[in-house]
Design a binder for this molecule. Structure first.
Ligand SMILES: Cc1cc2nc3c(=O)[nH]c(=O)nc-3n(C[C@H](O)[C@H](O)[C@H](O)COP(=O)(O)OP(=O)(O)OC[C@H]3O[C@@H](n4cnc5c(N)ncnc54)[C@H](O)[C@@H]3O)c2cc1C
Length: 247
């Protein structure tokens, strides 16, 4: 899976701070220089003042200002299983690659065995993989070899059957019913900073599945470059805590 930051609000932390200062200001922040808006916040530089204010907002649960900046990510090759988990988040906007208008008729079923078009979970190939299911912890290599063979054979057969149905004139939107839930899909998603922290609360957590957890970590890495004070604070003080941003 590959995650890219497509677009994002410019200078998101200035937006967060301006919105937050608006709440307690007699002046109109819309036509005030940012330095003046931040004048009474502790700190020697503007950067330090932003750190002070953002830390204060996050530690006091004042999350509203984090709803203003928004980011759009493009994700390549997540499984439809992972997509079903991700799209449960109702305040994220999605565009999902269509299987009505995109037919995977060119993919070679042998390449599917190798991991093209269908995600191969680590538990299909790694004898030491420890999942949430107790039976997946360290098993015999023979057993894993058979597991891998069954998995690869099954997904490549499904794709071959799907392509045969296309050849027989079946519409892609109906032929896709035989494809596995691990079939890859490309997704574009947009969300604000508050929601991004909520998704991370739920999906970077240890009880989440490896695939969505990995995706969330990639999103967090990009978020840290885009909105550094907020996501560094989040990582150091909030990530992984039991009382999540929204239960
Ligand atoms: C480890 C894990 C296992 C899971 N297993 C299952 C499972 O077996 N079956 C299953 O169905 N789901 C499962 N889920 C999905 C989970 O139950 C949520 O549906 C999903 O994580 C979306 O999160 P959210 O409920 O916080 O809602 P979001 O859509 O992310 O909304 C964010 C917040 O907004 C508020 N909100 C949004 N909509 C409403 C509303 N209509 N009413 C009131 N408040 C609202 C809530 O405070 C919510 O927390 C699992 C999630 C995780 C992380």
């Amino acid at each position: 899976m590959d995650v890219t930051l497509l677009e994002a609000t410019e200078d998101p932390e200035r937006v967060i701070c301006t919105a937050a200062r608006n709440d307690y200001s007699n002046e109109f922040v819309g036509d005030q220089p940012f330095e003046e808006t931040m004048a009474t916040v502790d700190g020697d530089s503007l950067e330090e003042k932003q750190e002070t204010l953002i830390g204060h907002l996050l530690s006091h649960g004042h999350f509203g200002p984090f709803e203003h900046p928004q980011a759009t990510f493009a994700i390549e090759g997540m499984s439809r299983s992972c997509m079903a988990q991700l799209t449960r988040h109702r305040h994220v906007s999605f565009d999902v690659q269509s299987m009505r208008y995109v037919a995977f008729d060119e993919v070679d079923p042998d390449d599917v065995r190798a991991g093209e078009m269908v995600v191969i979970p680590p538990s299909a190939t790694d004898p030491d993989w420890v999942g949430r299911n107790q039976r997946t912890g360290s098993v015999d290599e023979d057993v894993v070899a058979e597991r891998e063979e069954v998995f690869r054979e099954s997904v490549s057969r499904s794709v071959a059957d799907y392509q045969r149905l296309l050849d027989l004139g079946m519409a892609p939107e109906d032929a896709r019913f035989v494809l596995p839930i691990g079939t890859k899909v490309n997704v574009v998603m947009s969300m604000n900073v508050r929601m991004l922290m909520h998704v991370a609360d739920m999906r970077a957590a240890a009880d989440s599945q490896w695939e969505i957890r990995g995706m969330t970590e990639e999103v967090l890495d990009l978020a840290k470059e885009w909105c550094p004070i907020t996501f560094e604070y989040y990582e150091e003080n909030m990530k992984g805590r039991k009382n999540r941003l929204a239960p």
